[in-house]
Design a protein around this ligand. Structure first.
Ligand code: GAR
Length: 213
């Protein structure tokens, strides 16, 4: 089996990246991480990636001033040099220009901490609590030019608990993200969809995984 060469873009601690790297240690995994890149030189995830033996590089977006595309062209060049075929955004906090999205169309996925189309953008946990939702979740989706608008690949849902704060909800949802992202990315790398729905209990939380409804 030839494994799809994976590039991962991060901006911070990289816990979702780590979930992808861990899943890829299984030889049956259809993707192989070859490069992790960050727009922030101090992103904790860079050292975590090196700990897995994966090349990790930072390209500081600030050195490009307001020229977003110039930054992205530098990232794109590194990805191509490393032979990357599929790109996963994992807590990458820069909105990508249509140029980059187009360059990687169909080969660019993201994880977002809400049940899209609910709550695109920021502060998703806060907005979920303020709305009084009984459930919260995350979505892995194809990236298109509209922010958080691309077709969903898979979603995972947890119950909101009485007394949940933004912090507790975010921390509990993160465990669902770590479960969902490797499954969805494997489906994309294999060229098919997320076929089965599933329920997994992690630390007392039932995580419901499903294909987009
Ligand atoms: C995750 O919750 C991810 O869903 C979110 O940032 C966090 C990154 O954590 N992404 C977005 O909000 C993208 N718009 P991590 O660095 O530990 O993976």
């Amino acid at each position: 089996m030839s494994r799809k060469q994976l590039g991962i873009l991060i901006s911070g601690r990289g816990s979702n990246m780590e979930a992808l790297l861990k899943a890829a240690q299984d030889t049956g995994c259809p993707y192989e991480p070859v490069l992790v890149m960050s727009n922030k030189p101090d992103a904790g995830g860079l050292d975590r990636a090196r700990g897995f033996g994966v090349a990790a590089k930072a390209i500081d977006h600030r050195t490009f001033g307001k020229d977003r595309e110039a930054f992205e062209r530098a990232v794109d060049a590194e990805l191509k040099l490393a032979g990357v075929e599929l790109v996963a955004l994992a807590g990458f906090m820069r909105v990508l220009t249509p140029w980059f999205v187009n360059e990687w169309a169909g080969r660019l996925v993201n994880i977002h901490p809400s049940l899209l189309p609910k709550y695109p953008g920021v502060d998703t946990h806060k907005r979920c609590l303020e709305a009084g939702d009984v459930a919260h979740g995350c979505t892995v989706h194809q990236v298109t030019a509209g922010v958080d608008e691309g077709p969903a690949i898979g979603q995972a849902e947890i119950d909101v608990r009485p007394g949940d704060t933004e912090e507790t909800l975010a921390a509990r949802l993160l465990k669902a993200e770590h479960l969902l992202y490797p499954r969805c990315l494997a489906a994309v790398a294999r060229g098919d969809g997320v076929r089965v729905s599933d329920e997994v209990v992690v630390d007392g939380d039932t995580i419901r995984i499903f294909a987009p409804r």
